[in-house]
Write a protein that binds this ligand. Structure first.
Ligand SMILES: Nc1ncnc2c1ncn2[C@@H]1O[C@H](COP(=O)(O)OP(=O)(O)OP(=O)(O)O)[C@@H](O)[C@H]1O
Ligand SMILES: [Mg+2]
Length: 413
């Protein structure tokens, strides 16, 4: 029988062995050297680098291979010094040394503090100090992981650990991994499509695998055309930047090309354009003309739905027309963003806390913080549940019927 965790390919193909982790050979070697020898001289290590490149996976796979028991804590989700200490206490307390000293079958214990940079934004400012104290007092090696070690608050941490830097995984390696998964999942994929997913991922293996699954799982096939709908992973052009370029455009062609390169969420973008149009055009006739184009774009967006992506160019054209009603009259202005309708209709407090609970459940199973669960998993899980509300994924995550309903109905966030 299929295991429920197999439903998400990022979990199904989570590296079980160190060798399964592709790329970052130097970082891997450095970390393994620390684990084998250096941990006796330097007690803590900080792995850092961009998201989805295998940092958490390496810690878990290596611990398994070395026979370490892992005491894991996601620091991003742990808001107070007290909570941090509660998780880490066994590592610093002599009373539990028996469990910790590595007697018996295990190769000992390690304390694993994941996403420690998340702590910098948390309310309790004692967080980082608490971690340093743990490192100092810990009787077992401490492994920490972060995305950005330069967050100012993390600086003191750098003094007490060995730093291991991870980089984006190279595109050819990601393509090879995607090809392997396609083979195992019986997906017939065009090479160009895999190339596009890999490039779009910007070296983030997690998002590449998620994209592959969402685009190919249903039909077991993948063409370049299918990758047209890849969502906002293009970290280069943010919503704000897209709006800025869109409104300052000099021609329809320029706006049209901008829209096909940017990968902001189309629905959000349409709403944001409507919100900002009155700031762009102060002349009533121009504003009316522009709104006319936007309403046609909206019509096309409706017809595109989730499958008629060949209509995308008409959607772009109408939007491009709206931006170029009068290029000469452009004056910079401050954007209203995120879209007003999203803020007022969607974000009630109850919903926010429900989303938080959902993200907590995802985080616990997939080794990510709430924040990452929200951005990297929710859109995708939501898409699965919309297609198949009875998907066994819901049970795996332990979602209540209300939570499934919430995910299915949520427009965007
Ligand atoms: N280098 C890699 N080789 C193989 N699979 C990978 C690699 N990196 C990521 N993955 C896939 O992506 C998933 C998530 O990876 P992981 O949790 O290790 O990312 P991370 O580097 O810890 O990211 P973050 O900083 O966002 O926590 C893994 O379960 C695996 O499926
Ligand atoms: Mg991680």
């Amino acid at each position: 029988m299929q295991k429920q965790s197999d439903l998400l390919w990022v979990e199904k193909y989570r590296p079980k062995k160190i060798d399964d982790i592709t790329g970052n050979d130097e970082a891997k070697a450095l970390f393994l050297e620390w684990l084998k020898n250096k941990r006796h001289t330097k007690k803590a290590v900080l792995l850092y680098g961009p998201p989805g490149v295998g940092k958490t996976a390496l810690v878990l796979a290596a611990s398994r291979e070395f026979g370490f028991s892992v005491i894991e804590m996601n620091a991003s989700d742990t808001r107070s010094e007290k909570a941090i200490n509660e998780v880490a206490k066994p590592a610093t307390s002599y009373t539990s040394l028996d469990n910790f000293s590595g007697g018996g079958k295990t190769g000992g214990n390690v304390l694993f503090l994941d996403e420690v940079d998340g702590i910098a934004g948390n309310e309790d400012r004692g967080g980082v100090n608490a971690i340093i104290k743990i490192v100092e007092e810990s009787l077992v090696p401490v492994i920490m992981v972060a995305n950005d070690p330069d967050v100012e608050k993390l600086r003191p941490l750098k003094k007490v650990c060995l730093l291991v830097r991870f980089q984006q995984v190279r595109i050819p390696l990601i393509i090879a991994l995607l090809q392997k998964i396609c083979l195992l999942e019986h997906v017939k994929a065009e090479f160009e499509a895999l190339e596009r997913i890999a490039q779009n991922s910007k070296g983030d293996v997690r998002s590449a695998i998620n994209d592959l699954q969402s685009l190919s799982e249903e039909n077991h096939s993948l063409t370049l055309q299918d990758t047209m709908m890849l969502s906002s992973r293009n970290k280069d052009i943010s919503m704000e930047e897209t709006l800025r370029r869109y409104f300052s455009t000099q021609s329809i062609a320029e706006a049209s090309s901008l829209l096909s390169y940017s990968s902001v969420d189309y629905d959000d973008f349409l709403l944001s354009v409507s919100d900002n149009l009155p700031k762009r055009y102060t002349d009533a006739a121009e504003l009316a003309e522009a709104f006319d184009f936007v309403s046609k774009a909206d019509l096309f967006r409706g017809r595109i739905g989730t499958e008629n992506w060949h209509l995308l160019k008409y959607f772009f054209n109408e939007l491009a027309e709206a931006s170029a009603v009068n290029p000469q009259s452009y004056k910079p202005f401050t954007f209203i963003t995120p879209p007003i309708r999203v803020i007022t209709l969607f974000w009630t407090k109850g919903k926010r806390s429900m989303l938080d609970t959902i993200c907590g459940k995802i985080g616990a199973l997939c080794h990510v913080s709430h924040e990452k669960a929200k951005h990297d998993f929710v859109p995708y899980i939501r898409a699965i549940l919309q297609k198949k509300p009875k998907s066994p994924l819901a049970a795996w995550f332990d979602f209540t019927p209300e939570e499934v309903d919430f995910l299915v109905k949520m427009g965007r966030f």
